[in-house]
Unconditional design. Structure first.
Length: 220
């Protein structure tokens, strides 16, 4: 777990799930130079003082593009910010976290235990998968019975959504949505995907709609 525990994310929260603890060469150098016993304090997901990774920075930009900017300063966060919690499916740390690299669906299924235990314990309202293979592994027939037992009935095969930008000349990607019981699942490209533009991701409709609903619920 990368984030601090709050009552808002211990149940019915918003789960941010990456593939593994990927980092750049620069981040690797800083990590090696740091005292091995130094542990960064945990805080809310968007707190600018901690978790200063490219992964988190880009996701915050996407959230803003979907009309859900998050507070980044301590003391300004509300229930919506505290409802987010972040983890990774794998515990490994590499520079390559792209779904078309060495990471396979087979590997994700084999290493699913820790992630599934977290989902079972917290039963989030929304899961945001960042990495195309993650939603595939979550739906794998070898895991499906357990996921259904934890969250509820599967809505069927995931729906495919593309960006809604008109006259867009860049590379196009897609995302997927489905639900298990009351848990809504969104599978998005990984932030390090080559050719992926922020403006295109911002035109995905499901995250904007679902996260707006979650923000409104948190304000009640």
């Amino acid at each position: 777990m990368v984030t601090k525990d709050y009552s808002e994310n211990l149940s019915d929260g918003i789960l941010i799930c990456g593939i593994n603890f990927g980092y750049s060469a620069g981040e690797e150098h800083l990590e090696k130079a740091r005292n091995s016993f130094e542990l960064e304090p945990k805080s809310f997901f968007s707190d600018s003082r901690v978790n200063k990774t490219r992964f988190r920075k880009r996701i915050l930009g996407w959230l803003e593009g979907w009309g859900c900017p998050l507070a980044t300063r301590e003391g300004q966060e509300g229930g919506f910010e505290r409802s987010f919690f972040q983890t990774n499916w794998l515990n490994s740390q590499t520079r390559s976290v792209s779904s078309d690299g060495k990471i396979t669906c087979e590997l994700l299924v084999d290493e699913a235990q820790g992630f599934l235990e977290l989902v079972e314990a917290r039963r989030p309202s929304v899961i945001l998968f960042f990495g195309a293979l993650l939603i595939e592994a979550f739906n794998d027939i070898r895991l499906r019975d357990r996921v259904v037992a934890m969250l509820g009935a599967r809505s069927g095969n995931a729906n495919v959504h593309r960006g809604t930008l008109k006259d867009y000349s860049g590379k196009r990607f897609f995302m997927k949505t489905q639900h298990f019981g009351n848990t809504r699942i969104m599978g998005l490209p990984h932030p390090q995907t080559r050719g992926l533009s922020d403006i295109y991701v911002g035109s995905f409709e499901p995250p904007a709609r679902i996260l707006k609903e979650m923000r409104e619920r948190a304000a009640l």
